[in-house]
Design a protein around this ligand. Sequence first.
Ligand code: FAQ
Length: 320
Amino acid sequence: MTSLNLEENFQSKIDTEIKIEPKDWMPDAYRKTLIRQISQHAHSEIVGMLPEGNWITRAPSLRRKLILLAKVQDEGGHGLYLYSAAETLGADRDELVQQLLTGKAKYSSIFNYPTLNWADIGAIGWLVDGAAIMNQVMLTRTSYGPYARAMVRICKEESFHQRQGYEIMMAMAGGSPEQKAMAQDALNRWWWPSLMMFGPRDSESAHSDQASKWKIKRKSNDELRQQFVDVTVPQAERIGLSVPDPDLKWNEARGHNDFGEIDWDEFWSVVKGNGPCNRQRLQARIKAYEDGAWVREAAMAHAEKKEQRKIEPEAAVKAA
Ligand code: FAQ
């Protein structure tokens, strides 16, 4: 087939909802876009373990500690799935990790904000996982098979995460006046960064048009952001908290909430590495990578030994 035919065949599969699988022909740019997005997503899950991991030792009860431990572990698992999905496209996992550690690769802006107290753990589950699900439910229908399938399980787990966060907020909002004030303060601090998770406005989004044609994205950044606002506002009202946006107002004609302008200077500053915790997050990942060197070396030595045993079973037994 000529490259034109290959391209037409590829696009017609996408148009007729046939998933693209690892061994199928795909344009280089499709492969590159997916590796970029999936690896950024993987990095987000791994860096996303840090703000909450910080509170495992300080959870207010054994029950809360167990739940948080399980949640943070789930995020690590999501990262591993996603690195594997990127590998099916020919990406090298070590290279992807190096891109994160050297600051070359992006990860979600949200994880560069600090967790100041326990209410922040509730706010992260409710808002950050809530926003993540909104985006990831769409990705269960993305055109690349391995990414879409990974998202199905990830969404089930994220849904548990969102509920545990909302439950923390519900308990605090229904607690003492001090606890309610902590919950409100956490909502105030996490609301706008959560809206930023959906990315720049559609008019500023460099990748959206092409990603929509390839059905990598099925809803735009602004559509998902609006959906998140519409779902979350009544949840806040139900527990007696108020969303920190004076421009927030139900618009009967649109059938959606109108909401205020995001501080896009803050968004780009965080994306470019200058948020409150960017340096701290990268340092934590670099330290974890360096501290884990012996584990990688031991695993490699073990794998080599096993391989050797397969090739020369007797020599290997003697050597042992
Ligand atoms: N932060 O043209 P677009 C989670 C970058 S998982 C940093 O609109 P695109 C689970 C973008 O990469 C959260 N950078 O890009 C959890 C691009 O840069 P590039 C992560 C951002 O790809 C919960 C440039 O701006 N989820 O939270 C951000 O079409 C709790 C132009 O933007 C995913 O990664 C941002 N917020 O749309 C874990 C989902 N937004 O590459 C622990 C998969 C945009 O040109 C605890 N990703 N940028 O240098 C996606 O759906 C898409 O990549 C978007 C961005 C929607 C994020």
